[in-house]
Structure formats: C-alpha cells, structure tokens
Ligand binder design. Sequence first.
Ligand SMILES: [Zn+2]
Length: 426
Amino acid sequence: MFRIAAAAVAALSFMTPANAETIVIHAGTLITDAAKAASGPSTITVTDSRITAIDAGLNPAPEGTRLIDLSQHTVMPGLIDAHVHLTGDHDSAFWKGFIDTTEYGVAVGLKNAKLTLDAGVTTVRDLGSEPQTMFAIRRAISEGMHAGPRIIAAGPAISIIGGHGDVSNVRPEIIAATSGYNTCTGPKECSQRVREFSRAGADLIKITATGGVLSQQGRGLEAHFTPEEMTAITGTARSLGLKVAAHAHGARGIEAATRAGVSSIEHGTFIDDAGVRAMKENGTWYVATLMAYRGIEEQLGTGIYTPVVEGKIRETLAFVGKGLGAASRAGVPIAFGTDAGVFAHGRNNEEAAMMVERGGMEPRDVLIAATKGSAELLGVSAETGTLEIGKSADLIAVEGDPVRDIGALERIRFVMAGGREHPVAQ
Ligand SMILES: [Zn+2]
C-alpha cells in the first residue's frame, strides 16, 4: 500500500526539496493564471520548492534570502507539453530501434529531458517509450539526480498486431524478438495489457487507435481496434484510475475512440464534424502536435523515411492545423502537445505560434492550453499550471508579452522547476 502511494506521489511532484533557502523573485510583468489579466511588477517568494507568497511591487528581499531579478521580463507558469517522446530523436532511422539497447534509450531520454527544461517546459506527458525506460527517467528526475521536467509517463503504447506501435515490414526474426509485449487481440487481452502497464508503473495508458504516419505498417490511417477492444481498454483503465490517450488520425477512428471514452485525441488529423461533436459531448481533449508535421516535412527527401511512410506523410500535410481550427472553434478543450522526438527536443514552443498561425487560435487561448489546460488533462492542476501559493515553484521568464506576441514563448530567459533554478543559455 505504501509503495503504491509513494509511486503516485513521485509521478506528480518533484520529491526532493530543491533547498531549504528562501528565494525572492522580482517579476516585471506577472501572469499567475493565463486566463486572467497580467499584473505589473510583482514579488514571488519561493521556500522549499513551493510558492509561499505573491505580492504587488518589487519588494526588497529579506535578509538571508536570495534575490533573482526578472524585472525586465514576463514571469509565468512553466509550460506543459502533453505529448513528447523523450527517448526518441527525430533524426534516428526506424531500424536503429532494433540495434540500440533500452539502456541507451535512458541516456537519450535524460539528454532530451534537459533540452526540454531548457525550453521552459517544466512538465511533460511522455506518450510512448520502451518498457521501463521512462519510468526510470521519471524517477531519476523526481529524485533530483538529473535536470528535467516533471514526467507523467505512459510507457509503451498499446497497439493491434501489425498496427502503429507494433513492428511491421521487417524480417520475421526481428518481429519475433521485439514484438508482442504491447499488442492485443480481443477485449480480454487488451484489458490484460492495461493491467500489465499499470503494474509496471504507467501514469496513464496510450493507445494507437488508428494507423500512424511514421511506423512501417501499411494499413493506412483509419481505425484499428474494434469498438469492443477500445471499450475494454478504457473501462479497465478507468477502474485503475488511469486516463487513456488515443493516437488517432482517421475521422472514424477519432470518433470511435472518443465514444469509447478516451481522455484525449492525439493528432486528430482528419477529424470531421461528427468527431468534433463527439469530442465536445464527451469533454475529450484535443492535442494537435502541429510540430510533428513540421518535423516530418523538414526531413522529407532526406532518406530517413521509407516509401510506405512517405506515402502516409503526403496524405497528411495538406491538413495541418485544420483539425485544431475546427475543434477550438467548436469549444473542444485544447491541450498543448507537440510530439517532440519527431522533431528536435527543445523546439517544443514553436508549436504555440503554429497553433495561432495554422490553427487560428488566439494567443491567450494557446497560453491557457500550454499551462492550466494541459495541467488539467494531465491531472496535475493541484501542483502546477498556475502560480499560486502552495503550488510547486514551476515558473519561467520570457522576453516580451506572450499574450500579444506568442513568439515570446521562444525567448525563454529563466526556468525554475520544483523550486530548482535551471540555467538556460541566453
Ligand atoms: Zn507521438
């Protein structure tokens, strides 16, 4: 019982207090809640990793405290990326997965965790990694061994045999050696996978509800699981207190996953009116991952993608941002997620400008999605997403006013995660 409780706490908070010292931060402009108007010059006090006071004006730092001067910048809640793959790198060909060890994956993941924090992203939801790698990384960061964001981790995605998330179009010996642990056929087996991943330490369940662009499977981008399999997954997850995130491109796959009760649709490329309606009715979150398409587009023709993958890429590129526009106009809740790993980690915040330019969203709504919106989807609102007394000191400073110029999120000047100051290159 105690072990379960400890694991749950580790997932949600940075366990080790940053230090016993009190830090006083001077903010030129302060956004405590992205949905509300910003305040002028303000003083934030941080003690033992938590925000202990927020006062108007630039007040002198009491003796024995340390002052951090951000009076030239806008201070706001740390950003939350609801869709990353820390153990993956964008320029790594798919076959490297058959050569690199899972232990090496941990090293890659720690490297990317630091790059993510450099970008002002203080919380991530990792939606697909080798078994155990992300749980080890999550623990190392929460114990203060390594710099990185708070991690909410799914572990491996659950897929149909031959689906996005399984191994396809390679020698049978390789399939036999690397496939099976994350696939299921029929409601019983699908429920079993959910329980196995829960036992392994998953904070949520990720499924590939439709085909995917970057896998070698040649069965397109529409629905993959049967409705009975998806309902078995969501029902079992709910019984364990776990949400389900569904990778979904095809319109019918999006609608079916939504009706089965998933908490979020990832990508949502070809969503139609029926899908938007279903998401609105069910309160399902939309996570657009527009940066994934930019990353893919940038690498087209470099030889990294096989013909089966290139065909699927060309199907999607004309639709980038259309689904986000339709969903946000209809009032579907929007979270901020990028698919970092498909592009270089650290470029996460380019997503924000894309949400404005390609998705037609207002900058303030993007800011809400990237802070309190994603916090709600990830179930970490009590810890982060807004700056409030008692919450974790997850805060960043940007140059400029992100409500007027969303590009300010690409000018990160200061990062603090769980009360720990993280040095960023200027
Ligand atoms: Zn992904």
